[in-house]
Design a protein around this ligand. Structure first.
Ligand code: ADP
Ligand code: MG
Length: 706
């Protein structure tokens, strides 16, 4: 079957010119494409005619997005379209050579300047139509400083004829104009060859047009809205493919993961519920139910519990632990730091005391005798809740009867470490927890084969945290305010992006500022310095003293980010806030506002431009999902997740943020299709199956039927 999305098809070069155009016609046979252009097209992934259809414009311009030149006001950011009437290279006093052009439309003229790019004189000619986007400045008159420009050539029809102008991704030496004309020239011949791979009911459910129509819409739209509709169709197909693969991989993995059924017997869990000083939120109830269902099934649980800082993940984990213990099994809960493990053990000890259960703590700090006692409890098959750190992973920690592994702040552990804990029992259920709040469908994509529960609701009665941005000139006032909070018996965090002076970047750092603060605004207080180069044990000792109120103020780097709970800390000052990602700021801010007192997060520094807007957005919301979304939009996926755990699926058209709703639909459709037809063996699903097997190597293993 000929298919434009077929990436692995054989590309045999026919010995003579084929009689008519097909998807497989090599581009070298197309009019106007010689060997040199073919090479450049190959760089864009275009080697045969069918590839042209998949080369989708990345944006569009029309009358609604293009400003008449006369209306381009100083200070505005505009796109203008005009014809070059004069041009030349001018030297500046500083010796920089500037290429300048004057362009004209029916409303007027404007000067465009490209400093340091005299070579443009060779490619931009008088009479060419230029589409230029950028800010308008004043420089002996109005002058546009292009961020981006597209040379549409000398023909007026190249400009879209007053309709929608499609801008294609191009490459060095291959102009947008050339690409567009190549696509347009062959579109009518190629479109009738396109077949719809998806079932009609799926298209209907997603409310997207069929493929041939969608391709026409993206390449030759009547309006920008229509182009968007076409793009949505292509995006949906990508999202659907990835979701089908994930859900199928998940199905297959689950079947290969026999577990033990740990059924909720409502003995310990009911007792806990009655003991709790608060009622669970609806989101917590839902998560507990999802977990109980997984644990009660004969498959191994592999679930991610995701919830913003303070959403109350710990108590959900506790319910899971009790379900396992009701079934006579042992539970391991692993946290990334000793302090966090101790914090969990302490909190759980209090909650479980009425149930007659005493958690076992296992960290690197235990005395030899305590460690022996802990190991003995672990080796005894009686139900137990063991809370610890990496120390749990050591080979002499031998669980007799591990039924459930819980990993808090799971992103702090490597894949292998998580696996080691899971493998300390046979058929152990696994619950991972994370505070990185990302939209659910995104989480499903990023975390591939996991099930996901989301706590999207905060426990009631939380004090809001007052977040403000303050300028350098207010420094004294800010620290005076912090001092007044210290006087009131509260505690303070001051956070810096760097540990010490750096030759490369001129920023305040924790080490130098520690001295400055101790000599100045924090004189006479108990102040400690905390950063990642301080050995782990010492670091934990400092945090312990802070927790116990022996230290008033911590001057630190982002090491305090991880789930530490010191309810008495009411103020956090963050210097150079622009150096942090929004999600990171959010994690940091989560260290305050944990007690009864009103809390403050002060972002201190002279920040301007886009960074200032980012910080204002952050100051305006405490919703971690909203912040994560903004972060994704501004900084991309990589930053939010650090090292990629699963490798993002490569989306050519889909945009995980913009297409969130489509993504949800894709997931629902994928679940439905796989429930009906797990191997996509039905004739109605042949098109989708084909799409998957040619586009994704993994699909060959997942859909094996012949
Ligand atoms: P996180 O999700 O960040 O790990 P925690 O589990 O540490 O959050 O919970 C934060 C705080 O909220 C804890 O002090 C906990 O006792 C409290 N908490 C949890 N659930 C509720 C609830 N339903 N109502 C009131 N307080 C709750
Ligand atoms: Mg937590």
């Amino acid at each position: 079957m000929a298919d434009p999305f077929d990436r692995d098809r054989e590309r045999r070069v026919p010995s003579r010119r084929p009689p008519r155009l097909t998807f497989d016609t090599p581009v070298t046979y197309l009019k106007g494409v010689g060997p040199a252009r073919a090479l450049m097209l190959a760089r864009l992934g275009i080697t045969v005619a069918g590839d042209l259809l998949r080369h989708v414009p990345h944006r569009y311009e029309d009358a609604s997005t293009i400003t008449p030149i006369n209306d381009a006001a100083i200070g505005a950011d505009v796109s203008v379209l005009g014809q070059v009437i004069a041009k030349g290279v001018l030297p500046t006093r500083k010796g920089l050579r500037v290429f300048q052009a004057v362009i004209q439309d029916s409303s007027g003229l404007i000067e465009i300047a490209w400093p340091g790019q005299p070579f443009l004189d060779r490619t931009i000619n008088k009479g060419d139509w230029l589409l230029c986007t950028g800010p308008v400045r004043f420089f002996h008159g109005r002058r546009l400083q292009p961020r981006e420009y597209v040379n549409l050539g000398p023909d007026e029809e190249g400009t879209g004829g007053g309709r929608v102008l499609a801008i294609y991704p191009s490459t060095e030496g291959l102009s947008v104009r050339m690409l567009r004309s190549l696509v347009q020239q062959h579109l009518d011949a190629l479109l009738p060859l396109v077949q719809e791979p998806l079932p009609a009911d799926v298209l209907q459910e997603a409310d997207v047009p069929a493929l041939p129509e969608a391709l026409r819409m993206v390449h030759r739209p009547a309006s920008v809205a229509e182009a968007e509709r076409g793009r949505a169709r292509l995006a949906f197909e990508e999202l659907l493919c990835v979701q089908v693969l994930h859900r199928r991989a998940h199905q297959v993995a689950r079947q290969a993961r026999p577990g033990r059924a740990l059924r909720s017997r409502r003995t310990l869990t009911t007792q806990l519920r009655e003991q709790l000083p608060y009622a669970l939120t609806a989101a917590q109830v839902r998560a507990v139910r999802e977990i109980a269902t997984d644990m009660g099934s004969p498959w191994r649980m592999h679930r991610l519990l995701q919830g913003d800082v303070g959403a109350g993940k710990t108590v959900v984990a506790l319910f899971a632990a009790l379900i396992a213990m009701e079934n006579g099994a042992q539970v391991a809960l692993m946290a990334p730091t000793e302090l966090l493990a101790e914090q969990h053990a302490r909190g759980m000890t209090a909650l479980l005391a009425p149930l007659g259960i005493a958690p076992v703590l296992l960290t690197g700090r235990l005395s030899a005798a305590d460690r022996r006692a802990a190991l003995a409890r672990i080796a005894d098959p009686a139900p137990a809740l063991v809370v610890g750190t990496h120390a749990l992973l050591q080979s002499d920690v031998a669980f007799a009867n591990l039924g459930l592994s819980i990993i808090d702040e799971q992103h702090r552990f490597g894949v292998e470490q998580r696996a080691v804990l899971g493998d300390k029992g046979t058929a152990t259920d696994v619950l991972l927890m994370t505070a990185t709040p990302i939209p659910r469908s995104l989480a499903l994509t990023l975390h591939g084969d996991l099930d996901v529960s989301v706590l999207d609701e905060r426990p009631p009665g939380r004090q809001p945290i007052t977040t403000v941005v303050r300028r350098e000139s207010a420094r004294d006032k800010v620290f005076a305010f912090a001092a007044s909070e210290l006087d009131a018996g509260h505690q303070l965090y001051v956070v810096y992006p760097l540990i010490e002076t750096s030759e490369k970047i001129d920023l305040k750092n924790a080490t130098t500022m520690f001295d400055t603060l101790v000599a100045g605004p924090l004189a006479g207080r108990q102040v400690a310095l905390l950063h990642g180069r301080i050995p782990g044990e010492e670091r934990d000792a400092i945090m312990r003293r802070f927790r116990d109120g022996e230290i008033d103020a911590l001057v630190s780097t982002t090491v305090i980010e991880v789930g530490i709970d010191v309810p008495n800390a009411s103020v956090m000052i963050i210097e150079h806030p622009e150096r942090f990602g929004l999600s990171q700021l959010h994690q940091l801010r989560g260290r305050v506002g944990r007690g009864q007192a009103r809390s403050y997060c002060i972002l201190l520094g002279d920040v301007g431009g886009e960074a200032a807007e980012r910080l204002e957005l952050f100051a305006g919301t405490e919703d971690g999902f909203e912040i994560a979304r903004a972060d994704l939009r501004l900084r991309g996926m990589g930053d939010l997740f650090g090292a990629r755990q699963h490798g993002d699926p490569a989306f050519r058209v889909a945009d995980l943020l913009r297409d969130e709703a489509l993504h949800d639909t894709a997931r629902e459709v994928a679940d439905r299709l796989l429930a009906q037809d797990p191997e996509l063996a039905q004739p109605a699903h042949a098109g989708l199956r084909h799409l998957l097997t040619v586009g994704y190597a993994r699909a060959l293993d997942l859909f094996r039927v012949g």
